[in-house]
Design a protein around this ligand. Structure first.
Ligand code: LRH
Ligand code: MN
Ligand code: MN
Length: 406
């Protein structure tokens, strides 16, 4: 992209009243956490395809994640899943991450793959199983203290398949009891990010099925608990940006798990199915970042953006590059919304004028802007192209097949 293209873009945006220096600063401040599991073999319940060159252990997952950060400059941390990323020495993993310019991000306790958890983990009617599950949560707090992680993404598969199978109110109390114990073990600078999901693997009821349940629980636990919005975890037709705005106004939006869905929790590459939805999510966040309430502004600034995807047929590293670049693109577009224009139209009751002021920002081509900020940061204009023309993808084929999976 030529300098002329950027000069034209800048002139055009300045004429619309957009503060381009601020837009650039905000884009440079964007950080997106990538998930360790997105680099390994993962897939659907029908088949996990084994790819050549996939990391064989958590250390190699960080090696691959470092490529994504090196080329985009916006993916400096990696979420881990325990026990998928179990290692003997977490201090060693931390040193390895740091040597690559990365840090270890959210710790995800895994309470859905143990035989004991078939009828629930923290909400199981058997007290011994609840104890085992709660101990795993506490073990994850210890791991976070070793890795320097400050956050936990908490997702529970707990639920039932049939009416009568479980006592819904008792299970609600057990969930709160377990999380209260975990909350008590946190350091003051740690946060619990509570994830909800409407269904799957439980198909009758899920103990934390929607944002309202997660929000209620977060409120009961205390200020270090917030809600995590996974974009694939809603019933069809849900207005996710409304949920985002509501949680921001309540100052309880902790973070995102980004992915795309067409039908259910499809875990496809974010921004591929409905990029306008992602743009509208960022519209709400950018709007909140300019709110008159300092608490709302602070919440908008402290959101943790994470990718949570399963790359079944895709090449793992290019899939992750595509994901973080898609998020960056939609934020760039949302930063071009002229909020005064939107608000003035809304006040005039000019419905179509307000909609137009929002949509127009989405319709700009932000490529010249993204090239300009990458150039200013010494990054390649086109990170995907740079990766594909590097030897990294070929070099890792020496790892062979049968790498780490889910
Ligand atoms: C559940 C989920 C949750 C898990 C991840 C692998 O559907 O979104 O965040 O930890 O997938
Ligand atoms: Mn998730
Ligand atoms: Mn999911």
């Amino acid at each position: 992209m030529s300098d002329r293209a950027y000069a034209f873009f800048e002139e055009q945006q300045k004429a619309r009243g957009i503060n381009i220096d601020e837009v650039k600063a905000r884009l440079k401040a964007l950080k997106i956490e990538t998930p360790s599991w997105g680099y390994g073999d993962s897939g659907t319940r029908f088949k996990v395809f084994q790819k050549e060159g996939v990391p064989r252990n958590p250390f190699e997952k960080f090696d691959d994640a470092a490529q994504v950060h090196k080329l985009t400059g916006i993916a400096p941390s990696v979420a881990i899943h325990i026990p998928w990323d179990k290692v003997d020495d977490y201090g060693k993993l931390k040193i390895h991450a740091e040597s690559l310019g990365l840090s270890i991000g959210a710790v995800n306790p895994n309470l859905f793959q143990d035989e004991d958890y078939m009828l629930g983990s923290v909400t199981n009617s058997d007290a011994a199983i609840r104890r085992k599950a709660t101990n795993h949560l506490l073990e994850c707090v210890d791991i976070a203290k070793e890795t320097g992680s400050k956050e936990f993404s908490l997702w529970f598969a707990d639920g039932t398949n049939y009416p009568g199978q479980g006592h819904i109110r008792k299970r609600k109390a057990w969930m709160q009891e377990a999380l209260a114990e975990m909350y008590g073990a946190l350091s003051p600078d740690m946060r619990l990010l509570i994830e909800y999901k409407c269904f799957e693997p439980a198909f009758y009821h899920t103990d934390l099925a929607d944002w309202g349940m997660a929000y209620n629980l977060a409120q009961k636990l205390g200020p270090q608990a917030e809600v995590l919005v996974d974009t694939g975890h809603h019933l069809p037709g849900a207005n996710i940006e409304h949920i985002v705005a509501y949680l921001l106004d309540e100052k309880r939006l902790g973070g995102f798990h980004f992915n795309s869905r067409k039908y259910a929790d499809d875990d496809l590459i974010v921004g591929t199915v409905n990029p306008y939805e992602l743009f509208l999510i960022f519209y709400q966040i950018v709007s909140a970042a300019g709110d008159s309430d300092a608490g709302v502004r602070q919440n908008a600034e402290s959101i943790t953006y994470m990718i949570d995807q399963s790359h079944n047929i895709e090449q793992k590293i290019p899939a992750m590059l595509r994901s973080v670049l898609n998020v960056q693109t939609q934020l760039a577009k949302a930063l071009l919304i002229n909020h005064d224009e939107v608000n003035e139209a809304a006040e005039r009751h000019d419905v179509l004028g307000a909609e137009d002021a929002v949509r127009r920002a989405f319709e700009f081509d932000v490529t010249p802007l993204l090239h300009a900020i990458r150039e200013e940061q010494g990054l390649p204009h086109d990170p995907m192209k740079a990766y594909l023309s590097s030897s990294y993808g070929k070099d890792i084929l020496a790892r062979g097949k049968g790498g780490a999976s889910w």
